[in-house]
Write a protein that binds this ligand. Structure first.
Ligand SMILES: [Zn+2]
Length: 323
C-alpha cells in the first residue's frame, strides 16, 4: 500500500491512518520535524488515502495507488490537491519573496471554491508553513476555525513554534523524527545509489535525506580542494549555500564531521602533547557547533572551525572517495 513508500515513520503513519480510517478528520494536520525526512511525501500520501476511489483501501486508512485520483495526485496534477510553497508563489506572483503571502492563500482558496472532482475532498498542503506571513496565518486560522466542508489543511514545517498557538491548537500534530540511518540508506539505494555509498552517506546525514543529498553535493564540490592549501577553509566555506538560513544546517553538519574525524585521530594518537592539542581543538569545535544555532554567520563560524583544525590537515569528508 502506498503509505509504505514513507519509510521510517511507523508511529506518525499510525496516527494518520487511524484518523483516516475512523472517518473523523480534523480540519488540519500539522506535520512537524526536521527537514528532509519525508513530511511532504507523507502529506501527499495522506491526500491519496483520503481521495482514493477504492473503498477497501480507503477503509484501511490507505490508498490503492492505481485509481485515477491516486495517479493524478502522484503526478501532481490533481485539481483538488494544492501544495502552497515558495515555488507555487513564484509561479503565481512571478517574484521571489521572503514569506508566503496572503495573495498565495487567496489564490488557493479561489481554486478550492471551483467545482471539485470525484470524492469531494480538497487538500491544501502548506509546505514551509512557518514562512506564512502574518496576514496569511490569519487567513489560515479563520479557515481552521470555521472549516469549509470537505477541506483538509496539512501544515508542513520544521519550525512549528513560528506558527501561532491558535493555529497549532486547531491542528492534529504529527511528529516526524529524524530517520534511522538504515532508512536513509534504503531510500538512497532505491533512488539508484550504490550500497556502500548510501551506507557511508547515511551515517553522516543525521537522519535527513536532504542532508545526505547536500553532503554528497558538497563532497563533490570540495573533492578537488587540498586540506594543505592555506585557502582550504575559505574555499570550503565559500561552497556553502549563500543564505544563512540554508547554510546553517550545512555548516553544522561539516563541523560535526570535522569533530568526528578529529576524535578518531585523537583516539589513535599516542603522543601526549599532540593528544592535548587535539583535545583543546575538539572542545573548541563543540563551541562552534553551538554557535551555529545562534545568530552568527555560519560561513564565518565554519571558516574559524576549519582554520582551528587546519594544523591537523583534516579533510572535511574522510570517506570522500566513497562518497
Ligand atoms: Zn486509489
Amino acid at each position: 500500500m502506498p503509505f509504505q513508500s514513507v519509510l521510517g515513520h511507523d508511529g506518525a503513519l499510525k496516527q494518520i491512518k487511524t484518523a483516516l480510517s475512523s472517518g473523523r478528520m480534523p480540519p488540519g494536520f500539522l506535520f512537524y520535524g526536521p527537514g528532509g525526512v519525508g513530511k511532504l511525501l507523507a502529506a501527499r500520501e495522506t491526500a491519496r488515502a483520503l481521495m482514493c476511489e477504492d473503498a477497501a483501501a480507503r477503509g484501511s486508512g490507505d490508498s490503492c495507488g492505481r485509481c485515477r485520483n491516486c495517479i493524478q495526485i502522484e503526478n501532481r496534477v490533481h485539481p483538488d490537491v494544492t501544495v502552497v510553497n515558495f515555488e507555487f508563489q513564484e509561479n503565481l506572483l512571478d517574484k521571489e519573496m521572503q514569506e508566503i503571502s496572503i495573495d498565495s492563500i487567496r489564490e488557493v482558496l479561489k481554486a478550492a471554491q471551483r467545482t471539485c472532482a470525484l470524492r469531494g475532498w480538497k487538500v491544501i498542503i502548506a509546505d514551509s508553513a512557518d514562512k506564512l506571513s502574518d496576514s496569511a496565518q490569519n487567513a489560515v486560522l479563520k479557515l481552521l476555525e470555521e472549516p469549509p466542508e470537505g477541506t483538509l489543511w496539512i501544515l508542513v514545517t520544521g519550525a512549528p513554534s513560528k506558527l501561532r498557538p491558535t493555529i497549532l491548537s486547531r491542528c492534529r500534530a504529527v511528529h516526524f523524527a529524524p530517520l534511522p540511518d538504515e532508512a536513509v540508506a534504503e531510500i538512497l539505494v532505491q533512488r539508484g545509489m550504490a550500497f556502500d555509498e548510501a551506507q557511508s552517506l547515511s551515517a553522516m546525514s543525521g537522519g535527513s535525506l536532504a542532508s545526505a543529498q547536500f553532503i554528497k553535493e558538497l563532497a563533490e564540490k570540495t573533492s578537488g580542494f587540498d586540506p594543505l592549501d592555506p585557502l582550504y577553509a575559505f574555499r570550503v566555506a565559500a561552497s556553502l549555500p549563500k543564505t544563512a538560513m540554508e547554510a546553517r544546517p550545512a555548516a553544522g553538519a561539516i563541523i560535526e564531521l570535522l569533530a568526528r574525524s578529529l576524535s578518531a585521530r585523537w583516539q589513535a594518537e599516542t603522543r601526549p602533547r599532540t593528544r592535548g592539542e587535539m583535545k583543546l581543538v575538539l572542545e573548541q569545535l563543540l563551541v562552534y557547533r553551538r554557535y551555529i544555532n545562534l545568530n552568527v554567520s555560519p560561513h564565518t563560524t565554519l571558516e574559524a572551525a576549519l582554520l582551528e583544525t587546519g594544523k591537523f590537515h583534516l579533510s572535511v569528508f574522510p570517506h570522500s572517495s566513497r562518497v
